[in-house]
Design a protein around this ligand. Structure first.
Ligand SMILES: Cc1cc2nc3c(=O)[nH]c(=O)nc-3n(C[C@H](O)[C@H](O)[C@H](O)COP(=O)(O)OP(=O)(O)OC[C@H]3O[C@@H](n4cnc5c(N)ncnc54)[C@H](O)[C@@H]3O)c2cc1C
Length: 391
């Protein structure tokens, strides 16, 4: 496995995670992707070993550890051949945790967090809609007040894990557009059930990370009880945004793992593959792109590491610049690694047997979701360089 400075942290966790991952071959992950089969066995192993709950506080059934420790575990998963299909199968239900910790009532935390920690409760993220991706404030799904709760109508898309899940952290409108002081107001967060006839779930056929389905979910007068409202009614958008920095850092760590795997396999291939009576890795045109990719990954991993350290020390609330920087640098570096690795494999890059194509297509996802890298640059331009807002 490629040595990066980041791998000096949390060594025990990293080696224990690698021991679990060693049970799952590249063929296992290739088949899961091809057959669009959720990696249930892997998830069970990861959860049972306690890595999944590492960063959930002890009083809610977790390990009481840090985000850095969780990130180290997820980075190793991504570096072991499972890529984002593997990481998504374990990290999706954790995305709601920062929001529940900060905005859930004590009763809600006690109701849901231990079940998330034990792996029993699988929660997805229900924000994006067909006409509202980057501009979240344009969502149309509406929750109408009724006795004892709300009736939800509308459609979500790209709800990852919905087929496997029990609940979704749902953002829905509780005020009509234009009726609030600010466009981010009037949206509310709910912990909504997914097991109901009024929630129709359909997977979206997709080109990568196929072991974990991303779905359209249509809510048709779907009842959500009042005690499933998270935080203040009308302030869900702001509650959600405050919890995203941790997600960005986790994705960044996973991207570092993706890049490590790609460089490792490309270097191995370049040492073994002989063309014109010498290993292709003896050619500088093969060496240099891999060396450049390694340096980008190294630099990105330092920023990710710093972001995680600051998150552990100060919390995620004021970490926008660093979390966005880590997400951008790590996802771009991961794509450079997989793309340059594709060239090293020559025509065999296209053979499923080598798995580099699976990594290539998955590493492209990090630049698009959960936030596009264009929006990260908008953030840096506006907040750091103090340029006028462009949208
Ligand atoms: C595999 C996958 C899994 C996902 N999982 C989930 C999930 O679990 N839950 C969930 O809620 N969502 C999920 N998403 C959705 C994801 O968060 C959105 O796709 C993403 O936010 C982009 O939204 P969009 O696709 O609607 O792009 P659009 O908003 O239509 O934007 C299209 C392009 O225009 C660019 N653009 C738009 N406006 C600007 C601007 N002002 N400046 C610069 N560029 C701009 C964007 O950067 C982008 O490149 C997932 C997506 C994918 C592909």
């Amino acid at each position: 496995m490629l040595p990066l400075p980041m791998q000096q942290d949390d060594l025990d966790i990293r080696s224990a995670v690698r021991a679990i991952c060693a049970k799952y071959s590249l063929e296992y992950w290739g088949r899961a992707d091809e057959e669009e089969r959720f990696p249930e066995e892997f998830r069970t192993d990861f959860v049972t070993a306690g890595f999944h709950a590492i960063a959930i506080p002890e009083q809610y059934g977790g390990g009481g550890g840090t985000l850095s420790q969780l990130a180290a575990a997820l980075e190793e998963v991504a570096a072991c051949g499972g890529g984002l299909s593997a990481t998504a199968s374990v990290h999706i239900p954790l995305l709601c945790v920062p929001t529940l910790l900060r905005h859930g009532s004590e009763e809600q935390r006690r109701r849901w967090l231990p079940a998330i920690a034990s792996g029993e409760l699988f929660v997805t993220f229900g924000v994006t809609e067909p006409d509202a991706g980057t501009d979240t404030t344009k969502i149309q799904t509406f929750a109408t007040r009724v006795e004892g709760g709300y009736l939800v109508r509308g459609a979500k898309v790209w709800n990852s894990g919905a087929l496997r899940a029990d609940k979704t952290l749902l953002l829905a409108r509780t005020s009509t557009p234009g009726s609030t002081e600010r466009k981010g107001l009037g949206l509310t967060l709910f912990m909504a059930d997914l097991h109901a006839d009024t929630a129709r779930i359909a997977p979206i056929p997709k080109i990568g990370r196929r072991a974990v389905a991303s779905c359209e979910v249509v809510f048709d007068d779907h009842f959500v009880p009042e005690d499933a409202v998270i935080g203040a009614v009308g302030e869900g958008f702001y509650h959600l945004v405050g919890g995203l920095n941790g997600e960005r850092l986790l994705l960044a760590a996973e991207s570092i793992g993706m890049g490590r795997w790609a460089l490792d396999s490309a270097s191995h291939y370049a040492r073994e593959r002989v063309v014109f009576e010498r290993p292709i890795g003896q050619n500088q045109s093969v060496q240099h792109p891999l060396a450049v990719a390694y340096l980008q990954l190294l630099a990105a991993s330092e920023v990710v590491r710093r972001g995680l350290r600051e998150y552990d020390e100060k919390g995620g609330a004021d970490l926008g610049t660093l979390a966005n920087a880590a997400k951008y640098l790590a996802t771009e570096a991961a794509f450079t690694c997989t793309d340059n690795a594709m060239q090293t494999f020559g025509g065999y890059a296209y053979a499923r047997e080598y798995h580099i194509g699976r990594y290539w297509i998955e590493s492209r996802l990090g630049r698009l979701a959960p936030v596009t890298n264009d929006m990260v640059l908008n953030y840096i331009a506006e907040r750091v360089l103090q340029l006028p807002r462009s949208y």
